[in-house]
Design a binder for this molecule. Structure first.
Ligand code: PMP
Length: 407
């Protein structure tokens, strides 16, 4: 598919509406992206024609549903270049994927005095599961500091690494700042001390090409809804050897080989980690989102988003009272900022009145906000279907709002 912004916008029905009498400008993409019509059609088509439970059926509908479900698993494998589709586990989202690792890998392999390393810029979903585990096991959570521009303090990370480090769990691209972390380097350094690495790919997966084999990460977590797919669906990638060594997460149907009252044996991966009837419809529809990305190619998507981010910086940098938060050299298309003298929520509401949807607050990164000594930010995050004209309207809106307190 050639990059034609009008054609791309035409694929997303939700964009074509007015909010408060103004054309919608959707800049809340880091929270969730909009869905192309093909995803919506696939959902409807599944319920209209194929609805059936998967894997155990002896009839045509069950066969079809199973095949489509497994086709998506293969598409995800290709999307992140995993070695085999058995390494792809469907979950509810990034949050559940990380909790799954904490509750299985963590509970089995992390003990008293062991250390887990995260960073200052983690989303709460990559902090709280580890705190819960540390509390239970007597393990210790270490936090990599960051520089004032929102980049990781890599030298400090190296100092934190030791033989005690059992896991490094780190965000690939920050949702609150946009910072892209040097994950390849982090993974190599962690492996050198024998630690495993989990990448939180919730934000990076929509912007950056991810090759889990080249990166050599042990786990990767992502959410379908942030990459043009349905809500309530995520992925956990894990290396076969690591997944096989882990105990199951939830117990129930699908995840077993044989059950007796005396003893249960567990299914092979990935089914060992997919207890119960999964989110079949959304998994099937997710393939359309992956096909959309594949059709354009991530480098093309990223180039467009980079252009929007650079343009927004150019238009806003001289606005009196505009305070960017997170100015790392290597970023995904997240523009986080404050306006001198104003609460982020008020700025968000004023932008909403102009039809511009942004997110305000701590973005589930309270410790990060504390690091910057702020309560929160206004976050405009750009996607493949946003335009330069929309950026101009954002800049005009921000400039007018800033003027109220910054004459
Ligand atoms: N990590 C990051 C970096 C995120 O941006 C998000 C979503 N805001 C999550 C984790 C959690 O994702 P989900 O809510 O889809 O489980």
């Amino acid at each position: 598919m050639k990059f034609d912004i009008n054609e791309i916008r035409g694929l997303f029905p939700v964009l074509h509406q007015e909010v408060h009498g103004k054309p919608l400008i959707y800049f809340d993409n880091a929270a969730t992206t909009q869905k192309p019509k093909a995803v919506l059609d696939a959902l409807m088509n599944y319920y209209e024609h194929d609805n059936s439970n998967i894997h155990r059926g002896a009839h045509a509908l069950a066969d079809r549903a199973t095949q489509y479900y497994e086709n998506t698993r293969e598409a995800v494998r290709e999307f992140i270049n995993a070695k085999e589709s058995a390494e792809i586990i469907f979950t509810k989202g990034t949050t559940e994927s990380i909790n799954l690792v904490a509750q299985t890998f963590g509970r089995k392999f992390i003990g008293q005095g062991d250390e887990i390393i995260i960073s200052t810029m983690e989303h709460h979903s990559n902090i709280v599961p580890w705190q819960m585990l540390c509390e239970e096991k007597g393990a210790i959570l270490k936090v990599i500091p960051i520089h004032d521009n929102g980049e990781l303090d890599y030298a400090e990370f190296e100092k934190l690494l030791s033989q005690k480090t059992k896991l490094v769990s780190i965000v690939h691209a920050s949702n609150a700042l946009g910072t892209i972390n040097p994950v390849k380097q982090i993974i190599e350094a962690a492996h050198a001390v024998g630690a495993k690495v989990l990448l939180d790919g919730a934000q990076s997966s929509s912007h950056l090409e991810i090759d889990v084999q080249a990166l050599d990460c042990d786990f990767l977590a992502l959410s379908a809804h942030k990459i043009y797919g349905p809500t309530g669906l995520g992925v956990l990638y894990g290396k076969r050897k690591v997944l096989e060594a882990m105990p199951p997460f939830l117990g129930g149907g699908e995840m077993i080989k044989e059950v007796t009252f005396e003893k249960t044996t567990y299914n092979d991966i990935p089914f060992k980690f997919e207890a119960g009837t999964p989110n079949i419809a959304d998994v099937i529809a997710f393939k359309e989102a992956l096909d959309f990305i594949k059709g354009l190619g991530k480098p093309v998507i990223k180039a467009h988003e980079d252009e929007l981010l650079a343009y927004s910086n150019e238009l806003l940098k001289d606005v009196k009272g505009f305070i960017p938060v997170g100015t790392a050299a290597d970023k995904v298309s997240v523009l986080s900022f404050n306006i001198n003298g104003m609460h982020p929520f008020d700025v968000g509401q004023m932008l909403d009145a102009r039809g511009i949807a942004v997110r305000t607050g701590h973005h589930c990164t309270q410790p990060l906000m504390k690091r910057f000594g702020i309560e929160g930010t206004v976050r405009a995050s750009f996607s493949v279907y946003n335009t330069k004209s929309e950026i101009e309207q954002l800049a005009e809106g921000v400039a007018r709002i800033a003027k109220i307190k910054n004459k």
